[in-house]
Design a binder for this molecule. Sequence first.
Ligand SMILES: Nc1nc2c(c(=O)[nH]1)N[C@H]1C(S)=C(S)[C@@H](COP(=O)(O)OP(=O)(O)OC[C@H]3O[C@@H](n4cnc5c(=O)[nH]c(N)nc54)[C@H](O)[C@@H]3O)O[C@H]1N2
Ligand SMILES: Nc1nc2c(c(=O)[nH]1)N[C@H]1C(S)=C(S)[C@@H](COP(=O)(O)OP(=O)(O)OC[C@H]3O[C@@H](n4cnc5c(=O)[nH]c(N)nc54)[C@H](O)[C@@H]3O)O[C@H]1N2
Ligand code: SF4
Ligand SMILES: [Mo]
Length: 736
Amino acid sequence: MPTAPRICPLCEATCGLTLTLDGTRVTGARGDRDDVFSQGFICPKGAAFGEVDADPDRLRTPLVRTDGELREATWDEAFDTIARRLPPLVEQYGPNALGVVLGNPNVHTMAGALYPPVLLGALRTRNLFTASTLDQMPKHVSSGLLFGDAFAIPVPDLDRTDHLLMIGANPLESNGSLCTAPDFPGRLKALRKRGGTLTVVDPRRTRTARLADRHVAIRPGTDALLLAALATTILAEGLTGLGALAEQVEGLAEAEEALREFTPEAVADACDVDAGTIRTIARELAAAPSAAVYGRIGGSTVAHGTLTNWLVDVLNILTGNLDRPGGALFPLSATAPAPRPAGPGKGFALGRWASRVSGHPEAKGELPLAALAEEIETPGDGRIRALVAIAANPVLSAPDGDRLDRALAGLDFMVSVDPYLNETSRHADVVLPPPPPSRSAHFDFAFNGFAVRNQVRYTPAAVPLEPGRMDECEIHARLILAATGMHGAAPDTVDAMVIGRTLAKAVTEPHSPAYGQDPEQYAAGLGGRSGPERRLDLMLRLGPYGLTLDRLLEHPHGIDLGPLQPRLPQVLKTRSGRIELLPGPIAADLPRLRRALDDAGTDGLVLVGRRHLRSNNSWMHNIPALGGGTNTCTLQVHPEDAARLGLADGAPARIKADGGELEVPVEVTDAVRRGVVSLPHGWGHDRPGTRMTVAAGRPGVNVNQLLDGSRLDPLSGTAVLNGFPVDVSPVPATRP
Ligand SMILES: Nc1nc2c(c(=O)[nH]1)N[C@H]1C(S)=C(S)[C@@H](COP(=O)(O)OP(=O)(O)OC[C@H]3O[C@@H](n4cnc5c(=O)[nH]c(N)nc54)[C@H](O)[C@@H]3O)O[C@H]1N2
Ligand SMILES: Nc1nc2c(c(=O)[nH]1)N[C@H]1C(S)=C(S)[C@@H](COP(=O)(O)OP(=O)(O)OC[C@H]3O[C@@H](n4cnc5c(=O)[nH]c(N)nc54)[C@H](O)[C@@H]3O)O[C@H]1N2
Ligand code: SF4
Ligand SMILES: [Mo]
């Protein structure tokens, strides 16, 4: 049977797959043993690539709303409608009348990397919302402040480290995040096999925690306190070892002073981790020949998310592990611009503008997704009247979906770029469906920059597009043209414009490989059979390895570019040109952390989320092969809490919080610690007007309905999705 390579787009691990094909049908997927990075690894989601690809509920044509109903339409009708209705709204009410929502799969498609920045650059709206404010924005803010670049995110050197301290991540289910590592589980096992140590901090005894040398079942939301106490211990006991970093760091004494009061004894009750354990972890971290601290969702979507992420890197710095093999290093992707010479940069600004209704500061040019509904609902100048949602399902993924659901229904105009008619896209006036992944080329613009090894791979579409379908890059390009008054122009006009602009700048930069050349001549020499391929070729040529698209095509299983290398000080773009260890906004947020010590030790229940290996956020519950078993929407409760509250395994419970209440079946398990209940996200597929038949048959409940959107990490605008208070009670049996 014919086969074709395809990088898996279903999570951040970016495994190379070998698809088996029968004509244009994908009949199976196995791990590509020749892939330079994943070497044959595959998980159940990747193995179900064929089912994901062939889901009969995927939309085959655009949908356009006529007389209140979404009907199948041609591409011309769809883009004509956008061109007719969108620009007049922007013209009449200004650029901020258009909101843009970018969801998670944009980091898993070429289109999502190449076109939204062009759309935003042309439209100039301040109303940009992305999944980052439900996810990793605290890391961007922390990196922006420390290193001057929101994308300078150190990645744990998984394959060489002697010691890994993992905060709020469960890679045995998630396969890793902001740490692209195919076969994360195998890499953790290898760490233990070579005598290394793994400590996992998680209120649940996860599959990852079970693999660890030590599991610390912390009280949710208190990791910043724990990490601060680790830092004070290292400082107070003279265990710092900045080594080569010493001359690059400023603010060490100030940071020491600012953290001084967070001693192990001071935080122990709040964290429910005894002071002795905290000291031991600190000493082991400092003593390890090499070590990395790594934190993800459980340390991000919490009340002190930015402080937690900052402290992760403070610890990497204090122990001298930042930018050193075995520690936490900055990857260098093949499509990153060729490194400019080291020196002071522009720095990172926060809060350059604020949201209209609640005054939330922008972070990285974005406003909190939790504030989208109020920006649509609240009358006045700058109200969002039109929305473009690309690969996003905020009705399920963001706080208070019911309110957002109503708000979306009140828009003047909405476009969704989405393969499904789901909880969010059902509100669109025009739905533009991308083809299934086997029909798309793939390149990991985002994840190569967060990978544990420098490498580069490109897979062209495995199967040609059927007649009547449109590549997602072309959909995005045509959307840009229709939204900006250039409707009808050829889609690669957009790519030519970007190439022209990029080269105009590059030829003036002495560190660029294109320096001093003629931009038009350079552009004429680019390879690639399409606009997006030419852009990829350009980025590779201007990148740090001097690669070309042709070179990648000669290596269908990828090119290994070696282990991560130290990159300081070149990475730094702070105004000082150094690592600014205690940035102003961080110092200003520490009193709030101090106050968290006082509210500690309450007996109430708090809720945390969880992920399942066979699911992915809100959109994969429609694949029968991935459903069932333990992949269900249950409320996990510790046996002692269940007994105290009168909750029985399998019986329904009512769960109440700030934003609402839900009824959900209980799963009694000691995998969650006392005082903590766990409910997964991405469920709640029971709204009318969707076309996801399998998901609708086992809808589950939407955990985000428990939130009203008011709980945010103030520095990053990230929603608090973990560690919020809830009340749980049994649902009284009703008489027949
Ligand atoms: N309570 C709670 N809520 C959470 C989280 C949590 O841990 N707890 N996690 C948060 C996190 S980390 C994230 S990233 C967000 C994710 O939330 P979203 O960004 O809303 O992402 P998804 O839920 O994955 O929905 C993705 C949408 O993209 C569509 N899609 C799938 N493939 C493609 C494609 O190739 N092209 C296009 N154009 N569209 C596609 C899907 O049909 C779906 O509509 O959820 C957040 N919400
Ligand atoms: N199978 C699968 N894989 C996925 C996804 C998916 O939905 N399914 N989603 C993808 C996305 S968008 C992302 S962002 C990544 C996320 O990748 P991870 O961050 O690894 O995701 P989770 O599995 O949610 O792990 C978070 C852990 O934090 C714990 N936790 C909750 N609150 C706290 C707390 O206050 N403190 C501490 N220390 N721990 C806490 C939870 O119990 C959970 O085990 O996964 C990606 N991969
Ligand atoms: S681990 Fe992620 S990238 Fe690898 S096969 Fe599974 S879903 Fe795909
Ligand atoms: Mo995410």
